[in-house]
Design a protein around this ligand. Structure first.
Ligand code: GLU
Length: 286
């Protein structure tokens, strides 16, 4: 049975009731509970939010193993993983801006949707090595994308284990769709990494064998399982949990100041009150 689980918030705002539910759920599942701050996006993450996360989780009564892993300190590990994928011919540089991608999608009139919106139409996949070198030499900024079709061929049929609620109750061994996200970005123009790459590298580094997180990230397990296989990383199991909803039936949002743990605490609520509120919110779980 898996034993090591984690909570991996991004310090882009204060924790709210949804995070409290996620952190308490994760901490209950394993015998080892780890914390990771997913702070690679320097434009959105703030040290003050990172400090507040640690404080709010402690206030809730949670404890975790030290050290806390900060993704901003792990760029070398992500670069090494990119090098492996590059040497296998599975990455290509993408010079497109958001506007280029939107134009190409509008032009082709054919944009299959992935979990994060329309899939990348593949514009830069078709460049020759010479064309790529020319653009790079001209100083055009580029992201690195996974060639999902090549990756699918490289990994063959794959599956992952879901112990949690899964998406729409899918549990057990779930067949991976390696093309679900299309040619996903693994390194951004401004940051030499991106979410899916950093997560798989760090879950393996931290020895996480049970990835516990909300159902909104269920689809991510498909591409993350592919990356684990390509990088020769161990396979964790997954326990995606249901999301708690606000009174209007919507997901809590970082923009909704009223439900941050800070403001609830300032209004006099205790950690026990928060736990009670989360268990009564369970009826609203979707
Ligand atoms: N950092 C992600 C978030 O805050 C969670 C990543 C994960 O649990 O895999 O939504």
């Amino acid at each position: 049975m898996p034993t090591t689980t984690r909570f991996a918030p991004s310090p882009t705002g204060y924790l709210h009731l949804g995070h409290a539910f996620a952190a308490l759920t994760a901490a209950r599942q394993g015998t080892r509970f780890l914390l990771r701050l997913e702070d690679i996006d320097a434009t959105r993450c703030r040290p003050a939010f990172a400090a507040a996360i640690l404080e709010d989780l402690s206030w809730l009564g949670l404890t975790w193993e030290q050290p806390v892993l900060r993704q901003s300190e792990r760029m070398g590990a992500y670069a090494a993983a990119l090098k492996v994928l590059k040497s296998r011919g599975l990455l290509y540089p993408c010079f497109c801006t958001r506007a280029d991608i939107a134009d190409e999608i509008a032009r082709s009139g054919d944009a299959p949707n992935g979990p994060d919106g329309p899939r990348y139409p593949g514009t830069c996949r078709h460049f020759s090595d010479d064309e790529r070198s020319e653009k790079i030499a001209a100083g055009i900024a580029y992201a690195l994308r996974l060639d999902a079709t090549k990756a699918a061929a490289a990994v063959g049929p794959l599956s992952f284990t879901e112990f949690g609620a899964g998406s729409a109750g899918e549990t057990g061994r779930i067949a991976v769709d390696p093309l679900l996200f299309g040619d996903v970005v693994l390194a951004r123009k401004e940051t030499p990494s991106a979410y899916h790459l950093a997560v798989v590298v760090d879950d393996a580094f931290q020895g996480v064998d049970l990835v516990t997180r909300g159902n909104d990230l269920f689809a991510a397990a498909h591409i993350q399982r592919v990356l684990q296989m390509l990088l020769g990383l161990p396979e964790p199991a997954y326990a995606h949990h249901r999301l708690i909803l606000d009174a209007a039936g919507k997901k809590f949002s970082k923009r909704d100041r009223a439900v941050t743990l800070r403001s609830l605490r300032a209004s006099g609520l205790t950690p026990e009150d928060i736990r009670d509120r989360l268990s009564s919110a369970r009826q609203g779980i979707s």
